[in-house]
Design a protein around this ligand. Structure first.
Ligand code: ADP
Length: 417
């Protein structure tokens, strides 16, 4: 019915039981709505249930015996075919681990694209080799459409609500301006509180809008070649004031000085700082650095905030470090999720939306970067970001390519743009 190696049921009791077992198995596999597929270690399909046939458009009898790559054609959101090294149906044989994939799209037999959720489980033999893999997959078009509707609603609602909130904030600012209005001390106190809350509400709508855009790929981004040493030094300078206002010391630590022995520090001034080129949108990156920095200031009562830059041949790495309360280990894996806030006395009293780090992660991922943190409870936190590093030649080539279509400034000035 669904496989080509169907055993003929025997006549003994054992065989009858076996037949019953088979019957149960067949009923389940044939009735289930999800696609179920068994692939052997040659990549050939050995079982293809009716659910799989319905989703893919391939009849079970047609698909069985064919190579999985010719039946299950996976493409990414841009419509590009999955390379072998990221294709879960092939990778399962290399890795020997179960793989879940929620962002793939399937090209059906009639070349229709449908979003798919896949779960691939290896069947490991006595020789510790992956002998086969079971693939369970589902058409998630409905769920994706529902997600999209939710994101659209959040986008529209926050966009619409930002305007009246901005107006209220403006009027409260006017009422608090002694040149415009006279208010007594008590009323001023109330108005100041209302002003702070309105600012918070405005920030919440702004963050909601940005996170909805980040989720459905509508975040505008104009990446250019950025030289990170100049860029970060400039950004750190701009941010310094808010740290110093709170009595916190602020420093910028540039790459290679870390590697120099303290005893030979006199040499450091003669060290030529490497150029850390990367390809990002400087405005989006500023949002990330500012968010990490604002958090560091917000949650740190005393000590210092450091912004640092380092890297190797492939990677540009920078960090924002503080001497604040730190983050409990159990919260660390959740910190970059939407609306996640650490529930402790230190942060409960401090306002926030829990969206900042989620937005940071989304922006960093736009440029194939990675964000993570290390934290020592009671001692402080360090948020790290890695971006792929461009060689000076790659940076120059990219710039030349951009200059072909638009007039661009030289690399050095882009760095601080
Ligand atoms: P928000 O700060 O608006 O709540 P974020 O997404 O920026 O949202 O941060 C999520 C949570 O992570 C914060 O609520 C706070 O509990 C914790 N956090 C972030 N940065 C720090 C930091 N530097 N030190 C201590 N806790 C932090």
């Amino acid at each position: 019915m669904f496989g080509r190696n169907k055993n003929k049921p025997g006549s003994s009791n054992l065989a009858a039981n076996l037949r019953d077992e088979r019957l149960k198995f067949e009923v389940i596999v044939n009735t289930i709505e999800d696609g179920v597929m068994l692939i052997d270690n040659q990549g050939d399909i050995q079982l293809f249930n009716p659910g799989a046939a319905k989703i893919t458009g391939w009849a079970s009898a047609e698909a069985c015996g064919l190579n999985t790559k010719s039946v299950i054609k996976l493409v990414d959101s841009k419509g590009l075919a999955y390379e072998d090294n990221v294709n879960p149906l092939l990778q399962v044989f290399q890795q020997g681990l179960a793989i879940r994939e929620n962002n793939a799209q399937l090209l059906t037999k009639s070349d229709k694209k449908i979003p798919l959720s896949l779960h691939v489980t290896p069947l490991i033999g006595e020789n510790a080799m992956v002998n086969a893999a079971v693939v369970v997959f589902r058409d998630v078009a409905e769920e994706k459409a529902e997600e999209q509707r939710r994101a659209d609603f959040i986008s529209t609602a926050s966009h619409e609500m930002r305007t009246p909130v901005a107006a209220i904030e403006g009027y409260l600012a006017l009422a608090l301006n002694p040149k415009v209005a006279n208010v007594d001390a008590k009323a001023r106190d109330y108005l100041e509180k209302a002003h702070i809350s309105t600012q918070h509400l405005g920030q919440l709508f702004q963050d909601l809008l940005t996170s909805a855009k980040a989720e459905d790929g509508r975040l505008s981004s104009r990446p250019v070649v950025v030289e990170m040493s100049t860029y970060l030094e400039q950004t750190a300078n701009d941010l310094k004031f808010s740290a110093e206002k709170k009595g916190l010391f602020m420093e910028f630590v540039n790459g290679s000085s870390n590697t120099i022995d303290a005893r030979t520090s006199s040499i450091s001034s003669r060290v030529v700082q490497p150029m850390y080129y990367t390809f990002v949108d400087p405005d989006r990156l500023r949002e990330v650095v500012t968010n990490l920095f604002d958090n560091a200031v917000k949650y740190t009562d005393e000590g210092k905030i450091s912004i640092g830059l380092t890297g190797d041949g492939d990677v540009v790495q920078f960090y924002v470090r503080d001497t604040g309360p730190g983050i409990p280990a159990e919260d660390v894996p959740h910190l970059f999720q939407k609306f996640y806030r650490v529930d402790n006395s230190a942060t409960r009293t401090i306002g926030g939306t829990g969206l900042g780090l989620f937005i940071c992660r989304k922006i960093v991922e736009l440029y194939n970067g990675r964000i993570w943190l290390e934290s020592d409870l009671g001692k402080g936190s360090t948020f790290f970001i890695n971006f792929p590093r461009l060689t000076p030649q790659q940076a120059a080539d990219k710039q030349a390519a951009e200059a072909g279509s638009t007039e661009l400034a030289p690399i050095s000035s882009l760095a601080s743009s």
